[in-house]
Design a protein. Structure first.
Length: 441
C-alpha cells in the first residue's frame, strides 16, 4: 500500500469514530438509552465518570493557578490529566476529546494493518484482517468515553510493529532506514504505554528480554552459517540489547492502582532467581487485590484460586490461557448481568467472541503457512505473553476483555489473514504473501 492509500484509510477510520462517538454521546445515551446515561454523554458505572470528575477539577485548577498546576496523572489517572489539559483549553465536556480518541483508534488500526502487511501484499486480505479491531462494538467503551485503553493499545501495537520491522535487520539487503524506523516505533510505543500504564512497560520489557536472548542466538547462528556479515552481527547485537536496556527508565513510573492485600504463606522457590520471584510475587499480589477487592463484580472468574508459590502459577497457566483466549464463554453470552448494561454487554461479547472463535480456528492456517517465519512467532509471543500475564493477575472477565483487546486482535487479524490466504490458495489465486523466507535459513 502506498502512503496515499494509508492516509485515506486512516481518515476513513478517523471520521467513522468521530461520527459514532457523536451519535453515542449526543443521541444514543441521552435519548435512546437514558437509563444508561450518566450525563455529558458518559455511560453509567464506568471509570470514565470518575475520570471526568478528575479532569474537570484539574481544568479548574489550571485556570485558577496556571499551567504549573497541571499534572499528567491526577490521582494516578493519566486519561484525566490529558482530558484536564484539553478542558482547560476548550470546555470541560467529553465531546472535546472525540478527535483525540478517534486519532488514537484510527492510528492503532493503521499500525495493525502495517503489521499484517509485513506478511501479505494482498490489500483485501490485509483489510479483512483488521475489520474486527476497527468495528467491534466493545471498542466504543474507550473511543466514545474517557479511558486508558486507546493509548495503551496504540502503544502496544507500535511496540510490536517496531520489533517486527527491526527484525528485518537480518536480511543483508535491508535498508538501515527500516531498522531505525523499527526502533523509533518501539520507543514511541513504550511512551504511549508508559503514559497510562507504566507497569505495562515492565511487562513488555520482560517479554522483550526473552525475544532479545533468542534473537541474539539467531544472529550468531546466522553469522556462523555465513548468512550475515560480522559488522552487521555486532551492530545487530548492540542494537537489540540497547533497546532492551534503554526502556528501563520507563518502567519506573507511578502505578495506576494499589493492591494492598497480600497472599498468605508464600512458599519461596529455591530454583528461581530472587529478582524473578519478586516479580512473580508482585503478580500474586495483584491477583489478591482483584480477588478480594471486587467481590461483587458480575464477571468474576476463578476468585477461589490464589497463588502461594511459583509452582501454583505454573500449574494455573493452561487455565489462564483458556480464559484470556476464550472468555467470556458461550454459557455467559445469554445470561443476565448484575445490571441492565451488563446484560447488554454479554450479548455484545457473544457476537464478538463468535468472530474471535472463528478467527482463532483459521489462525492455524496462518501459522502453518508462516511456520518458519520468525516475525510471526515474535508477534504471537508478545500477544500471548501479555495476555497470559493479565490472565494470571486479573480475576474479572470484564477487565480482561479491555486490557487484552489489542493483543487478542493481533491473533484475530492473523486468523482472518490465514482465511484469506487459504481462500486464495483454494481458488488458485496468488495470496500476496511476503517475507516467508525471513529468518528461514
Amino acid at each position: 500500500m502506498n502512503n496515499l492509500s494509508l492516509l485515506k484509510l486512516w481518515l476513513m477510520c478517523f471520521i467513522f469514530v468521530i461520527i459514532l462517538a457523536i451519535f453515542v454521546q449526543f443521541f444514543l445515551l441521552p435519548y435512546i438509552f437514558p437509563s444508561f446515561h450518566a450525563g455529558d454523554g458518559l455511560l453509567k458505572g464506568g471509570d470514565w465518570v470518575y475520570f471526568q470528575k478528575l479532569a474537570v477539577d484539574l481544568s479548574q485548577k489550571i485556570k485558577a493557578q496556571g499551567w504549573s498546576a497541571w499534572e499528567l496523572r491526577p490521582s494516578g489517572q493519566a486519561p484525566a490529566g490529558i482530558a484536564g489539559a484539553i478542558y482547560a483549553l476548550t470546555v470541560p465536556k467529553p465531546w472535546t476529546l472525540i478527535p483525540l480518541n478517534a486519532a488514537l483508534h484510527a492510528t492503532a488500526s493503521l499500525i495493525l494493518l502495517l503489521i499484517i502487511s509485513q506478511f501479505t501484499d494482498n490489500r483485501r486480505i490485509a483489510l479483512l484482517s483488521i475489520l474486527p479491531f476497527v468495528f467491534f462494538p466493545s471498542a466504543m467503551t474507550w473511543f466514545t468515553q474517557i479511558h486508558k485503553d486507546g493509548y495503551f493499545i496504540l502503544g502496544a501495537l507500535l511496540f510490536i510493529h517496531g520489533w517486527l520491522t527491526f527484525l528485518r535487520i537480518i536480511q543483508e539487503k535491508v535498508r538501515w532506514s527500516e531498522v531505525v524506523q523499527g526502533i523509533f516505533f518501539i520507543y514511541v510505543g513504550v511512551i504511549f504505554v508508559w503514559i497510562v500504564r507504566p507497569y505495562g512497560v515492565q511487562m513488555l520489557q520482560g517479554l522483550d528480554l526473552g525475544v532479545t536472548m533468542v534473537m541474539s542466538i539467531v544472529f550468531i547462528v546466522h553469522f556462523a552459517k555465513k548468512g550475515m556479515h560480522f559488522k552487521r552481527l555486532i551492530i545487530s547485537l548492540l542494537i537489540v540489547w540497547m533497546v532492551l536496556i534503554t526502556i528501563t527508565p520507563f518502567t519506573r513510573g507511578v502505578v495506576d492502582y494499589e493492591m494492598p492485600l497480600l497472599p498468605q504463606g508464600w512458599l519461596k522457590s529455591s530454583w528461581v532467581p530472587d529478582f524473578i520471584e519478586n516479580k512473580i510475587y508482585s503478580l500474586s499480589q495483584v491477583r489478591e487485590g482483584f480477588r478480594k477487592g471486587y467481590p461483587e463484580a458480575g464477571s468474576n472468574i476463578d476468585t477461589d484460586i490464589s497463588f502461594h508459590s511459583v509452582g501454583d502459577i505454573i500449574r494455573y497457566i493452561p487455565r489462564a490461557l483458556e480464559i484470556v483466549l476464550f472468555a467470556p464463554f458461550p454459557k455467559d453470552w445469554f445470561g443476565e448481568g448484575v445490571s441492565q448494561w451488563n446484560t447488554v454487554m454479554r450479548r455484545i461479547s457473544g457476537f464478538e467472541m463468535t468472530v474471535v472463535y472463528i478467527s482463532l480456528g483459521f489462525l492455524f492456517f496462518f501459522i502453518a503457512f508462516y511456520m518458519r517465519n520468525m516475525q510471526m512467532w515474535v508477534a504471537i509471543f508478545f500477544a500471548v505473553g501479555m495476555m497470559l500475564v493479565y490472565g494470571l493477575a486479573i480475576t474479572n472477565v470484564g477487565s480482561l476483555y479491555r486490557v487484552r483487546y489489542g493483543f487478542l486482535m493481533i491473533l484475530v487479524a492473523f486468523g482472518w489473514a490465514g482465511f484469506g490466504i487459504f481462500w486464495q490458495k483454494v481458488h488458485g489465486k496468488p495470496a500476496g504473501e511476503k517475507n516467508v523466507e525471513l529468518l528461514r535459513r
